[in-house]
Design a protein around this ligand. Structure first.
Ligand SMILES: [Zn+2]
Ligand SMILES: [Zn+2]
Length: 429
């Protein structure tokens, strides 16, 4: 059955559209986008006062299945995504077992088809068992359906292995997503290395741990012509290195996460383990640089690095790294970037949908052009709210943004033409 979304402000950077219009969808695709569309026999959704945008795409999600289903599953993670306005997730391969072989990738795809509420695009490992030693069978992974490769959670410390990965993936048109961390420099660290870490008595992770690897990987991308995608940029140094690499036309793209433009290391002062992640929260100057990088196009995407953990109730030093993010992504982008006039809505949608689809080759997504897959997020930009721990649909509740004042949230999430979440009715399985 056709659905007509009426009276919304339609923002589609891929077709340079930002105006009041109606969107007609049917058969799982976008049929028409036009002012005052008339049609019979359609379900009508009134989007007056709301934004109608291509569905958000999170290029960095940990779904934890297989292996840690107590923390998250494909079912629970995709429900959290739908609630957050996210219609597609790219899931990281550091599961147990890891996604370094075709059957493992096929398992995730099958499970997602059966139990997932939004689209799931698996990322395969760079190296076997993600241990950085020997390349995984990248061609086999590509045929099984991966959209990129990454050893996320771990850096590829061996430069020759990283070089081979960037060379080899060129054949398959896949990006290599790099978790940029020099493990020797970051060893035993729990937070950003600074005066604050000294005062708190916590071991530090210097910015150089990230910057050195970003620098190395850019050099290897230049050497090989491979596509490097830098995950979770957290430092001013990384932003500058990526800016220079892009000026030299090196094939590099990058993402940051909402916590890196929202919170600084000062948040660690209360030893809340939900401020512990890798890379760590940095300083106020880094936040300024990241916002600048988002505004000027140096950083291409905003991803969550959604990392569910149930074992956060520990001493700061011992707690695992990572926080959940699918349900606060949109609110933090709206509150911290759009409301504070760092970027406008069109730019925000580029960072959350248009660019992710283009970078990872998710054809016919990330756009509202007729013929595109009808993945759509309807956003209430004015809604003010706070989330309690019990509000999260994710199985894990490890968020530093519990009770954080937010503005802007998903009013409805439509995947392949089907509303899977709405504020009014909740989840529609
Ligand atoms: Zn990582
Ligand atoms: Zn990650």
């Amino acid at each position: 059955m056709d659905i007509l979304i009426k009276n919304g402000r339609v923002i589609d950077p891929a077709s340079k559209l930002d105006q009041k219009a109606d969107v007609l969808i049917g058969g799982g695709i976008i049929k028409e986008v036009k002012n005052s569309l008339k049609t019979k026999a359609a379900t009508i959704i009134d989007a007056k006062g709301k934004l109608v945008v291509p569905g958000l795409i999170d290029v960095h999600t940990h779904l934890r299945e297989p292996g840690h289903e107590e923390e998250e599953t494909i079912a629970s993670g995709t429900r959290a995504a739908a609630r957050g306005g996210v219609t597609s997730v790219l899931c990281m391969p550091n599961t147990h077992p890891p996604l370094d072989n075709a059957p493992a990738v096929e398992f995730v795809l099958l499970k997602a088809q059966k139990e997932g509420l939004v689209n799931v695009f698996p990322i395969g490992c760079i190296t076997k068992n993600s241990d950085g030693a020997e390349l995984a069978e990248i061609g086999v992974l590509k045929r099984a359906g991966v959209v990129a490769i990454s050893d996320d959670g771990n850096p590829v410390m061996n430069s020759l292995v990283m070089r081979r990965a960037l060379e080899y993936t060129k054949m398959f048109n896949l990006a290599v997503i790099s978790h940029c961390e020099d493990k020797d420099l970051s060893k035993n660290g729990a937070m950003n290395e600074s005066y604050t870490s000294m005062v708190l008595g916590l071991r530090g992770i210097p910015r150089q741990s990230e910057d050195i690897m970003v620098s190395r990987d850019i050099m290897l991308a230049e050497l090989t012509g491979g596509h490097l995608h830098v995950a979770h940029v957290s430092t001013a140094g990384s932003v500058e290195l990526i800016r220079q690499a892009k000026a030299k036309k090196i094939k590099v793209t990058a993402e940051t996460c909402p916590h890196y433009f929202t919170l600084s290391e000062e948040s660690v002062t209360n030893y809340n383990t939900n401020t512990k992640m890798k890379p760590p929260l940095r300083s106020a100057e880094d936040i300024v640089a990241i916002k600048q990088g988002l505004a000027d196009g140096t950083i291409d995407c905003i991803a969550t690095d959604h990392a569910p953990h149930t074992e956060k109730n520990k001493e700061y030093d011992l707690a695992p790294f990572g926080i959940i993010g699918l349900e606060t992504l949109l609110g933090l982008v709206a509150t911290e970037l759009v409301e504070k006039k760092v970027i406008n809505w069109a730019k925000a949608i580029s960072l959350l949908s248009t660019n992710p689809a283009r970078i990872f080759g998710l054809n016919s997504r990330g756009s509202l052009k007729p013929g595109s897959v009808a993945d759509i997020t309807i956003i209430d930009p004015d809604k003010k709210y706070k989330l309690k721990a019990s509000d999260f649909l994710s199985k894990s509740k490890n968020s530093p943004f519990i009770d954080y004042p937010l503005q802007g949230l998903a009013d409805m999430t439509i995947v392949g033409g089907k509303p899977v979440w709405s504020l009014k009715d909740g989840i529609n399985p």
